[in-house]
Design a protein around this ligand. Structure first.
Ligand code: ASP
Length: 319
């Protein structure tokens, strides 16, 4: 869909709950959270703000929502606590910031922004990231703030499958998820942001693709912005987000061709859940995924929003 002159697209991870695990009212709440995220970013763009501010604003809303695996509601490590990864990238100048294995930052995406703007690093890890965020005046929380009953139950289910040797049968939604946003602003600038709790039952210290620029998150003006979701180890090995941009830049592929080639061709060989949201220089947004569902949404300058978790796309008229 092409949504000139400004647009934002989001995903809430390709580890979406199977449709039958929530009732229609509960799914409506998930879609409402997606819509709130879209509107937060859209208002920034409507008011002439930069794409970078828009993607950060959209991701903050999903980090604060219990429905997604990022911030409050994040996945748990095998030790039963949380280590969060986040990154953003500004397509104007290839500046980027990221944090990984953060434990006490309420909104890791804000910390990623602070790393970009107030340090000479791109990626800060663990307690150094937590301390840096605190020094920047960002809100801190106890690690337990991120825990929800759903994630505890998911961790128990994943660990039970591991004990029984049936890990491949664990539900995609119990295993992982992520949130992300891409945007084009009125000046034509692109930006991407991604935030995650990673995989449930992940080893302490494990870092996924999300905070690795070029793997899970990438933006370059005139080309595209990409935010990925799926088995991070494979996204790192295939440098997926940058590969999408390279296909546009050097192979002349369209955004649709490039993203579909990655999800349904390159990544298909690994037998993993995979998805992404991406936007090109013209404001075209795509959301390919290979799982049964991926929370996602997009909105253009007319303010008409589209949100979905599985096959059905819901149109929400502008207020
Ligand atoms: N990419 C994330 C990670 O590997 C997980 C996900 O997107 O589902 O940490």
């Amino acid at each position: 869909m092409n949504l000139n002159p400004f647009a934002i697209g989001i995903h809430g991870g390709c580890g979406t709950l199977e449709e039958e695990r929530l009732n229609p009212q509960q799914w409506a709440l998930v879609r409402a959270a997606l819509h709130a995220s879209l509107l937060a970013g859209w208002r920034v763009l409507r008011d002439g703000g930069p794409a970078l501010d828009a993607v950060e604003a959209a991701v903050v809303v999903m980090e604060d929502s219990e429905h997604f695996n990022a911030g409050h509601g994040a996945a748990l490590t095998s030790a039963g606590d949380h280590e969060l990864d986040a990154a953003l990238m500004d397509g104007r100048d290839a500046r980027a910031g990221a944090v990984c294995a953060a434990r006490t930052i309420r909104n890791p995406i804000r910390a990623a922004r602070a790393v970009m703007e107030h340090s000479d690093c791109v990626l800060l890890c663990g307690s150094a990231a937590d301390a840096f965020a605190a020094r920047c005046g960002l809100a801190g929380v106890p690690n337990s703030y991120f825990t929800t009953e759903r994630r505890r139950a998911a961790l128990a289910a994943v660990q039970e499958h591991a004990r029984a040797g049936t890990s491949a049968q664990a539900s995609e939604s119990d295993r992982h998820g992520t949130v992300g946003a891409v945007a084009r602003d009125q000046a034509g600038n692109l930006a991407a942001a991604t935030s995650t709790g990673g995989f449930n039952d992940k080893a302490p210290g494990r870092i996924g693709d999300t905070p690795i620029i070029g793997a899970g998150t990438y933006a370059s003006n005139g080309v595209c912005a990409v935010s990925c979701t799926g088995r991070g180890e494979i996204f790192m090995r295939e440098v997926v987000a940058h590969e999408v941009a390279a296909r546009l830049r050097y192979a002349g592929q369209t955004l649709d061709e490039a993203t579909r080639a990655m999800v349904f061709d390159v990544l298909a060989g690994y037998d993993i859940g995979a998805g992404m949201v991406a936007i090109d220089a013209a404001g075209t947004i795509v959301t390919p995924y290979n799982t049964t569902g991926m929370a996602r949404g997009w909105i253009g300058s007319d303010g008409v929003a589209f949100v979905a978790t599985h096959g059905t796309v819901h149109r929400i008229e502008a207020a």
